[in-house]
Design a protein around this ligand. Sequence first.
Ligand code: GAL
Length: 384
Amino acid sequence: MKKFCLSCSSLNWKILGVLISALILYSCDTGKKYHSFKPGELWLDDKDIHINAHGGGILYDNGRYYWFGEHKTEGSGGNVANVGVHCYSSKDLYNWKDEGIALSVEPEGSGSPIEKGCVLERPKVIYNAKTGKYVMWFHLELKGMGYSAAQSGVAVSDRVTGPYKFIRAGRPNPGKWASNTSEEMKNMEMPQNSGPYPGSSLPMHPDSLNIHKRDYEGGQMARDMNLFVDDDGKAYHIYASEENSTLHIAQLTDDYTDHNGNYVRCFVGRFMEAPAMFKHEGKYYLMMSGCTGWAPNAARSAVAESIMGEWKELGNPCIDADSALTYHSQSTFILPVQGKPGKFIYMGDRWQPENAIDGRYIWLPIEFEGERFIIPWRDEWTWK
Ligand code: GAL
């Protein structure tokens, strides 16, 4: 018969206690593996997997940040949407919890505009206080059609992390002129060669081609995009239009799921992509890139007193080595840090088109200098 040993049993309890404390300490520690940003390095989520949320944006909701972005897969084929939009959440912006796929692509062959293999880029989510819904917008290119569709997709959810339900895709504002379209442009004869020009290699100044008029009936092209919600609750869709030559800023309807017909054409013929907007001390700021596909180029910036313009260009906000290549990145979002007025974070993508899943994130502080904002390089930094 086994003898009961008091000293052994208390020793066992002690060992168990030590093990439990070590486990608690370990799990706290794994929950907080980062205490700073290290731009360009692998960035692991709570499951120790590199964050997969490219071309992303962030919504702050009920005390947490939610990061939505393109879920990429391995290889060069990983740039198309094989999975959908991935969501992560965080309280401190350094440590991110995998919240799963917020919007899934539809099965191959389903005929859905968001079927597997489409191009679904730069998703952004905003919350509509009137309807209580989370609204996601994204750039959509139909499967097998390259970048010619130039559409915007919308999806909604009752929960921030999803699942989001796809409701519609199309081109913004069919049958509507921008509020700053000249009468001359409306009445201009269409030039002979005003067909669909691929990419940004237009043979003439875009206004001579009058792409705006060409697309009047069917809606304006919309590729790289962002959303911005103003202090008065009005939301705006900002997108590269007119064969990427001209940026549009378009107001959304009160429920944020459609355009309301009020929009402007900005930076005509400047070929801006990757727009990211923020507001500081009553002024609106935009950061954008030029048009060189996945390859980085020099960023641009602009300021305006009113969201619909006039916009004034301020030049490249990057100031340190490799500023001409935006530190090998392209803007995707500018994040206001909650409860810290004047603190903003530049979020950029360092694309890896040959192995899309390995794309890195370049997050850097925004500083203000006179009327412009600047982005210094940091190897490592904290937002506090
Ligand atoms: C970039 C754009 C990306 C993606 C890429 C495709 O210019 O910002 O979102 O569309 O082109 O080449």
